[in-house]
Design a protein. Structure first.
Length: 282
């Protein structure tokens, strides 16, 4: 497995691979890797010839009061697990390389960024679209692998790919969970033992919503209330949103006639967690 910090060298490697007719899969990450990330690498390995992961804690997607400084950085362990997964190349750029002095160009995200995370974390998706487009310039991959765990992020990236005519296919991969249901996240390591128990409120709330829908409930607001009740029973410390939305527009749905997505963001202790699930009708 190659580990390259230079964008010029990475581009040259990818260019050679493309000239050789290889299909390239890209997995952008911020490191602190877990099984969720590795599932993306394995899928890329299975469906492409070359799997390229990137590790970069992107400052422009963090707000001023968020956890950029203390975001976990575990590069050596990350490289070990990527090697074991058969990853071919890891691009590990420096901040200066991605944001050279004077950097002032950003990608305006599509409208789907305006709800939920976009409202609560102003500028977050602008940071995401900017870094993903920059990574795609350095690594012109055929397929980009992203996790459904960040459901809105996938919708935002698909919107950018459509709007900017980017020649890439976006694959959205299932959320990998701990055995008790907690969605894996690099931020789970911030949770104390007690917070870790309370964090189960998110997946439980989604489970309750699924059961309600299977039992024939078609009212978005009733299902939202059921998710809120489950979150408060955990108890989480605060709820940013617990919403039933259309799978593509992410607009709230009041009358459920086709599959919908339940999206949750809540705070447990000082940790902000998100989760979601797609609900099919009963
Ligand atoms: P991050 O390092 O948090 O930026 O995540 C990098 C990629 O891994 C994103 O596409 C995430 O959606 C994806 N990801 C994070 N957690 C999970 C998970 N539990 N299951 C599947 N994919 C995930």
């Amino acid at each position: 497995m190659r580990v390259i910090a230079s964008s010029a060298e990475t581009y040259a490697f990818v260019d050679r691979m493309r000239t050789d007719g290889k299909r390239i899969g890209l997995i952008p990450t911020m490191g602190a890797l877990h099984e969720g990330h590795l599932s993306l690498v394995r899928l890329a390995k299975k469906n492409c010839d070359v799997a390229i992961a990137t590790i970069f804690v992107n400052p422009t997607q963090f707000g001023p009061n968020e956890d950029f400084q203390k975001y976990p950085r575990t590069l050596e362990q990350d490289l070990d697990v990527l090697r074991n997964c058969g990853c071919d190349l890891v691009f590990t750029p420096t901040n200066d390389q991605m944001y050279p002095a004077g950097h002032s160009t950003y990608v305006e995200p599509p409208n789907v960024a305006s709800h939920w995370e976009g409202k609560i974390r102003p500028g977050h998706f602008r940071g995401v679209t900017t870094i993903v487009l920059k990574l795609l310039q350095i690594i012109p991959a055929h397929v980009g692998y992203f996790g459904r765990k960040d459901y809105q992020q996938v919708a935002v990236i698909r919107g950018m790919v459509r709007d900017l005519n980017l020649p890439i296919v976006i694959e959205a991969c299932e959320t990998v969970r701990e055995p008790d249901g907690l969605a894996m996240s690099s931020r789970n390591r911030y949770l104390s033992a007690e917070d870790r128990r309370r964090a189960l409120g998110l997946s439980r709330a989604l489970g309750s919503a699924q059961r309600l829908i299977e039992n024939g409930c078609t009212s978005g607001s009733q299902i939202e209330q059921c998710m809120r009740d489950a979150l408060l029973a955990a108890p989480v410390d605060s709820i940013d949103y617990a919403a039933i939305v259309h799978p593509e527009t992410l607009e709230p749905v009041e009358s459920i006639l086709s599959p919908v997505v339940g999206m949750i963001a809540a705070r447990v202790g000082t940790t902000r967690l998100i989760d979601n699930a797609t609900f099919t009708l009963g």
